[in-house]
Design a binder for this molecule. Structure first.
Ligand code: UDP
Ligand code: MG
Length: 325
């Protein structure tokens, strides 16, 4: 029998908090009374996470399945691999660090049962550093302007997806992506609810400032061409202004003779423009690099092993870009 609810959790070096996660997640799901499955995806952890997941699988093989990657492919790839393994009508994603309270899953499921096929969530009182909170609010606003995706709180992964959305996502082979945005594009009836947020239960955030910037580039480049269009329009405007300036200087030269003053002002303007041009080339590079990764068509992730009950025959975790060992 298929479960109603599939819960997908990506895990990367979370040994310090896994015991607490299990202690809250299973009772919370048992209490809901639905048939459920939990799919943990170990994203190449270098600590004891994989061993702890294996133990947990042995403890609850009826509802636990574990996908083990052979290396670190990132949170969003882990979630996509988890999606391929899901069988439920409703899939919920959450983080392993208990920042998303498992007790909130019931609210998401209830909302889905009202007929929505995508339920996002907004953190009532975000428990992250002030810098993270403000930077992500600014990125949220920028994304709103550059894409058509409506998400109040883009960084929050506690979300529910309908089978139709998961099936469509499973057909995509994007290398650099942002799962909630992808899902939003496929959802027929999306909505959002407010949920609680807690501090990380143990360990540290797995995202450095650098990886956060990369992730936001994935989000913007993956769902918008506006940055490229901005530079072509800016370039067009600038060419017109330069052409006008050229005509003015030409006329002035014949009327008043050549001018050499204001050379440093000119330098300042030129340096500024070189900065803008480099930034523009960088943006083009962000897109070109992603196109390159995409056309190489390498497997997006490699599954080393999958732990699941022997009777789970119908499960196939293969997608075209996945190698199974
Ligand atoms: N994660 C992952 N692979 C990575 C980085 C993170 O699977 O390369 C997982 C991590 O174990 C956690 C979730 O993604 O379950 C969110 O990570 P984290 O809590 O560090 O991010 P933050 O809350 O700081 O945004
Ligand atoms: Mg976290």
């Amino acid at each position: 029998m298929k479960p109603l609810l599939s819960v997908v959790i990506p895990i990367y070096n979370e040994e310090a908090g896994l015991a607490k996660l299990f202690a809250r997640l299973y009772p919370a799901l048992d209490a809901l009374g639905y048939r459920y499955e939990i799919i943990f995806v170990n994203d190449g952890s270098r600590d004891a996470s994989a061993a702890m997941l294996a133990d947990q699988f042995r403890a609850r093989p009826d509802v636990t399945r574990v996908v083990l990657f052979n290396g670190n492919y990132g949170q969003h790839m882990a979630i996509l691999a988890g999606f391929h393994a899901t069988r439920g009508e409703i899939t919920v994603t959450l983080d392993a660090d208990l920042q998303n309270p498992p007790e909130e899953i019931g609210k998401l499921v209830a909302k889905m049962q009202e007929g929505f096929d995508y339920v996002g969530s907004i953190r009532r009182d975000r428990q992250d550093s002030a810098f993270r909170t403000y930077a992500s609010r600014a990125m949220n606003r920028l994304r709103e302007k550059l894409t058509h995706i409506q998400m109040t709180d883009q960084g929050n992964m506690l979300r529910a997806y309908g089978r139709n959305v998961i099936d469509l996502i499973n057909r995509c082979s994007e290398v650099n992506t942002f799962v909630p945005a992808l899902a939003y594009m496929f959802a027929r009836r999306p909505t959002e609810i407010i949920v609680e947020h807690e501090e990380r239960s143990a360990g540290e955030s797995k995202y450095s400032l650098y990886s956060l910037i990369r992730l936001n580039f994935d989000l913007i480049t993956g769902f918008s061409l506006v940055p490229l269009q901005f530079f072509s329009i800016f370039g067009m405007g600038l060419s017109l202004v330069s052409a006008a300036l050229f005509v003015i200087l030409l006329v002035r030269r014949f009327l008043l003779g050549a001018e050499v003053e204001g050379v440093f002002t000119l330098f300042a303007i030129v340096f500024f423009m070189i900065g803008v041009v480099l930034f523009g080339i960088g943006i083009v590079g962000e897109y070109v690099g992603r196109i390159y990764q995409q056309v190489r068509g390498r497997p997006r992730y490699v599954i080393q092993a999958m732990l699941q009950d022997k009777t789970d025959h119908q499960v196939e975790v293969t997608d075209d870009s996945t190698v199974e060992v």
